[in-house]
Ligand binder design. Structure first.
Ligand SMILES: C[S@@+](CC[C@H](N)C(=O)[O-])C[C@H]1O[C@@H](n2cnc3c(N)ncnc32)[C@H](O)[C@@H]1O
Length: 260
């Protein structure tokens, strides 16, 4: 596998502002701009609503029947709302905080027909740099969802992000995680195109970045961040694209972590 420095030396298409000397890579440094452009281009048409989360993780969002309090959820990197709106449909009593560093994504969430300001706190925030406890009361969140979001961060920033999440999560609160796993066909494609930034971290053609997780990496990251590991597993599907006559090997990873 190429190291980021060897890639830098051999590339002719690297932006002038990119750094090869241990400083942040251009596409990671300018991630907010590239994600904002992504949503300006695709609006809310790119990702599908994630109804499967209701089926798989419903029990984390439902109230105990005899307790009269509502679950408080934080969706980090909410995009246009493909995770929060299916959850709110299924659990209308929930209170939702949702943030993203793309102003365009946040305006799409607020423009959704089901947006309801009385049960949603939706705001622009870069969770790698902005203190979440300014927008959300400390230790007030029951469940944090990280759905295909942590992969957008440079691995160097992931521990900082977890520290930030812990500030607003209740003791014994949960983080529910899904993302791309190593070996995924998207990783193989990016590898072939030499779009490597650092080990398992790549930039895409549109300037957004993607990390591919191993179970070891994910478990070590969350353990070091003060979480108990309830579950980490990789799952796999072969997806056939008949029109292009190709079969893709898709690998994803999911995890459930509890603040200790
Ligand atoms: C693949 S999308 C996932 C969106 C959503 N979670 C879902 O379930 O479809 C990743 C999202 O993370 C957001 N993101 C990436 N880095 C971020 C950061 N540092 N702070 C806040 N949001 C970020 C991007 O803008 C993008 O909307």
């Amino acid at each position: 596998m190429l190291s980021s420095s060897s890639w830098c030396l051999s590339s002719t298409s690297l932006p002038l502002t990119s750094s090869c000397n241990g400083n942040e890579h251009h596409f990671s440094k300018h991630a907010p701009k590239y994600w904002d452009n992504f949503y300006k281009l695709h609006q809310n048409k790119f990702f599908k609503d994630r109804h499967y989360l209701v089926k798989d993780w419903g029990r984390y969002f439902s109230n105990d029947e005899d307790v009269d309090d509502r679950k408080v959820v934080l969706e980090v990197g909410c995009g246009p709302g493909n995770t929060i709106y299916p959850l709110l449909d299924a659990f209308p009593n929930m209170y939702v905080h949702a943030c993203d560093f793309s102003p365009q994504a946040i305006s799409l969430v607020k423009g959704h027909p089901n947006f309801n300001a009385s049960q949603m706190n939706v705001f622009v925030c870069d969770v790698a740099t902005d203190d979440l406890s300014i927008s959300i009361s400390p230790s007030s969140v029951d469940v944090i969802t990280l759905i295909f979001t942590l992969s957008a961060f440079s691995p160097n920033k992931m521990s900082l992000v977890l520290q930030n999440l812990r500030k607003v999560l209740k003791p014994n609160g949960f983080v529910l995680f899904r993302d791309y796993a190593i070996g995924d066909s998207a990783q193989v494609k990016l590898q072939k195109k030499n779009q490597l930034i650092s080990e398992n971290f790549f930039f895409r053609g549109d300037g957004t970045c993607s990390f591919f997780f191993s179970e070891d990496f994910l478990s070590t990251l969350f353990s070091a961040g003060g979480f108990d590991i309830m579950d980490v597993s990789t799952y796999y599907r072969e997806i056939e694209n008949r029109s292009k006559n190709i079969t893709m090997q898709r690998y994803w990873i999911r995890g459930i972590f509890r603040a200790n």
